[in-house]
Design a protein around this ligand. Structure first.
Ligand code: FES
Length: 154
C-alpha cells in the first residue's frame, strides 16, 4: 500500500502537530496501513520535528507497532508456561502448517500474520489464541481450522 503524504499529514494535524501525541499518531498510522511504513515515519519526523531515530525507538518499544507489513488478521498464540503445558506449541505448529509460514511471518496473500507471546495474563483459560484482539480460550488443534475458516471470510 502506498503512503499518501496528505493522509498522514491529516492524521498529524488532528493532534495539532503536538509532539506528545506521537504514540496516538503512530497508532492511527498503524491502523491505516496495518504497520508503520518508513515513508510515513519520515513524514511524522519532519512534521513533529522529532529525530527519526527516536520515532523508531518508540515504534520498536511497543509490541503493538510493526515495522514490517502485517496481514489483515493478526493471530497471536500464547506460549507462556501455562499455555505451553496445555498444548500451546502444538497449536502454533498447526497454524504454521496450515498457513505455510513461520511465527513472525505473514502469508503471501497478506491475509494472516502469525505471532507468539510469552503470556497474556489469562492463564486459567489457556491455551489462548488471540485474533485481532479477540480471545479464543481453551483452544486445541481442532480450533485452528475453525479460527482460520472464520477469518478467511472476513
Ligand atoms: S501463559 Fe498463556 S495466558 Fe498466561
Amino acid at each position: 500500500m502506498e503512503v499518501e503524504e496528505l493522509k498522514v499529514k491529516k492524521r498529524i494535524k488532528k493532534y495539532n502537530n503536538e509532539k506528545k501525541a506521537l504514540i496516538s499518531i503512530l497508532q492511527d498510522i498503524q491502523e491505516e496501513y496495518n504497520y508503520l511504513p518508513p515513508e510515513a515515519l519520515k513524514i511524522v519526523s519532519k512534521s513533529l520535528d522529532i529525530p527519526l531515530i527516536d520515532i523508531f525507538g518508540v515504534a520498536t518499544f511497543y509490541r503493538t507497532f510493526s515495522l514490517k507489513p502485517r496481514g489483515k488478521h493478526l493471530i497471536t498464540v500464547c506460549l507462556g508456561t501455562a499455555c505451553h503445558v496445555r498444548g500451546g506449541p502444538k497449536i502454533l505448529e498447526e497454524f504454521k502448517r496450515k498457513l505455510n509460514i513461520k511465527a513472525g511471518e505473514t502469508t503471501k496473500d497478506m491475509r494472516f500474520t502469525l505471532e507468539t507471546v510469552a503470556c497474556l495474563g489469562c492463564c486459567a483459560i489457556g491455551p489462548v489464541v488471540v485474533v485481532d484482539g479477540n480471545y479464543h480460550s481453551q483452544t486445541s488443534i481442532g480450533t485452528v481450522d475453525s479460527i482460520l475458516k472464520k477469518y478467511r471470510k472476513k
